[in-house]
Ligand binder design. Structure first.
Ligand SMILES: *[C@@H]1O[C@H](CO)[C@@H](O)[C@H](O)[C@H]1NC(C)=O
Ligand SMILES: *[C@@H]1O[C@H](CO)[C@@H](O)[C@H](O)[C@H]1NC(C)=O
Ligand SMILES: *[C@@H]1O[C@H](CO)[C@@H](O)[C@H](O)[C@H]1NC(C)=O
Ligand SMILES: *[C@@H]1O[C@H](CO)[C@@H](O)[C@H](O)[C@H]1NC(C)=O
Ligand SMILES: *[C@@H]1O[C@H](CO)[C@@H](O)[C@H](O)[C@H]1NC(C)=O
Ligand SMILES: *[C@@H]1O[C@H](CO)[C@@H](O)[C@H](O)[C@H]1NC(C)=O
Length: 410
């Protein structure tokens, strides 16, 4: 590995970094590890300013668009799309979320709705090729607040499922392929999302609109902003049968090469659900990922081993965190395995800010509500272990105490 280090320095000198403050650092990959890298000093000396970094923290899927809160009456009324219960989260909810996961020891946040936003009137792209400028504010605020507290974010670009924020089924419907999206055996026409040139180009156009959008709070495009360190092809992508990993390698390569073309400083994640061995030699992929329901070290170690053979990064992008998700592997054992790698619990919820008395809940039984006095003792114990784990990953020992998190954040 040591002999490869000069090539990183060379890479750092030649990458076209956008002209922003030189104190801004980037997350970079070298072989199977991530680094926090500061672009070279104005003298352009090839100094080694990288330190090891692990992407570890929380999933906060609702930062761009939520589906759990019905906005209270106001003048003018807050945007709300009743058929999907979709609404934009308040700035206070976003601010609280960022400062709270920071208190939990997170370095990174994964958020579906900072990347996936298609098909309903509140989306970035409500209809094919149409852009809703009103959809950017919550996303821009989330990126700004993450940057302000020193967190990095990453996002999938589409979703395997037909949730409120949209995904591959929306792109298919836009081109007249209206197939059932429920269940574990989908019409094989679903593969047209990966194979149909018209639909691939529609998706790439969406990616271009997203990455070239200029944040109203930071004045950086999403492509430029180092706070967004990576994009993932999609969430839990597969083919007609659940878990089949049937995502063509050529599609993954085309999409991730396009991301790198638009945003040369971004890292890329293969969003196939599970490690697809046929993708391991794709030069466009920096990070391979898997999800864990329940925690399972057999699956984890097998995936880690596959990826280790490629000198790429391994990411456990989601794991269930409740006592119920430890039916196979105890949390301490899972954490011991993942401690050197990247991992994110599923999923964080906070107060219904500006209401700092009520917590927002979600119906999957996996909402982690830090500081909720109604948490059962076994949940609080898990949350405390997660916090110790996240700090340990940064080389910091903390005890089981859970410090209070301010609402609405600071
Ligand atoms: C550069 O930094 C990395 C990460 O901190 C470290 O592992 C490596 O030894 C350093 N290389 C040199 C030549 O100092
Ligand atoms: C919207 O929220 C209401 C109230 O919680 C619930 O009854 C309804 O089923 C939700 N609709 C959808 C589409 O989720
Ligand atoms: C791709 O989709 C378009 C729009 O539905 C359709 O006209 C075309 O035949 C499809 N191409 C292939 C190769 O199936
Ligand atoms: C934002 O950035 C653009 C492009 O670099 C620049 O032209 C513009 O003046 C900037 N706006 C503000 C308010 O700084
Ligand atoms: C990658 O591996 C697959 C087999 O898994 C092979 O078919 C393909 O040609 C390889 N691609 C490259 C670019 O080496
Ligand atoms: C966690 O605590 C709750 C409430 O006391 C209890 O109902 C549940 O069975 C416990 N879960 C486990 C896995 O022990």
């Amino acid at each position: 590995m040591a002999s490869l280090l000069p090539s990183i320095a060379l890479l750092l000198l030649t990458l076209p970094f956008p002209s922003i403050s030189t104190s801004t650092s980037y997350i970079t990959r070298h072989a199977s590890a991530l680094y926090l890298t500061t672009p070279n000093s104005p003298t352009n000396s090839p100094t080694n300013t990288s330190t090891r970094f692990t992407a570890s923290g929380a999933n906060i899927y609702w930062l761009g668009l939520d589906e759990n809160v019905i906005p209270p009456p106001s003048t003018p009324p807050a945007p709300f799309y009743a058929p999907l219960n979709a609404s934009y989260p308040t700035r206070g909810r976003i601010t609280e979320a960022m400062s709270t996961v920071k208190i939990m020891g997170a370095t990174t946040v994964r958020s579906q709705t900072l990347g996936v936003s298609v098909g309903n009137p509140l989306s970035v792209m409500p209809k094919l090729g149409e852009v809703n400028e009103g959809a950017w504010e919550s996303m821009d605020w989330a990126v700004r607040e993450a940057g302000r507290v020193g967190l990095r974010v990453f996002a999938p670009l589409t979703d395997n499922y037909d949730y409120y924020h949209g995904g591959k089924f929306v792109f298919l419907r836009w081109r007249g392929i209206d197939i059932g999206s429920a269940g574990s055996n989908i019409d094989p026409l679903v593969q047209q999302f990966y194979t149909n040139r018209t639909i691939i180009d529609d998706f790439k156009n969406y990616i271009r609109i997203l990455l070239t959008h200029r944040n109203q709070f930071t004045n950086l495009t999403y492509a430029e902003d180092p706070t967004i360190f990576a994009y993932e092809t999609g969430n839990e992508l597969g083919g007609p049968t659940f878990g089949d990993k049937d995502v063509p390698a050529v599609w993954t390569h085309e999409i991730l090469s396009y991301v790198k073309e638009l945003a040369p400083t971004k890292l890329t994640i293969d969003g196939t659900y599970g490690i697809n061995a046929e993708h391991l030699n794709l030069s466009s992929v920096d990070i391979f990922s898997d999800h864990f329901y329940p925690m399972d070290v057999d699956k984890l170690s097998a995936g880690v081993e596959l990826v280790a053979g490629t000198d790429k990064v391994y990411l456990a992008a989601e794991y269930g965190w409740t006592p119920q998700t430890q039916s196979k592997t105890p949390m301490s054992e899972f954490f011991a395995w993942i401690e050197q790698r990247q991992n994110h619990f599923w999923s964080y919820f906070g107060h219904n800010v500006p209401d700092c008395k009520t917590f927002v809940d979600h119906n999957d039984g996996l909402a982690l509500q830090y500081g909720n006095p109604k948490n059962p003792v076994n949940y609080t114990t898990q949350i405390s272990k997660i916090r110790q784990h996240l700090f340990k990953m940064q080389g910091i020992a903390v005890d089981e105490t859970l410090p209070p998190a301010p609402c609405p954040g600071n």
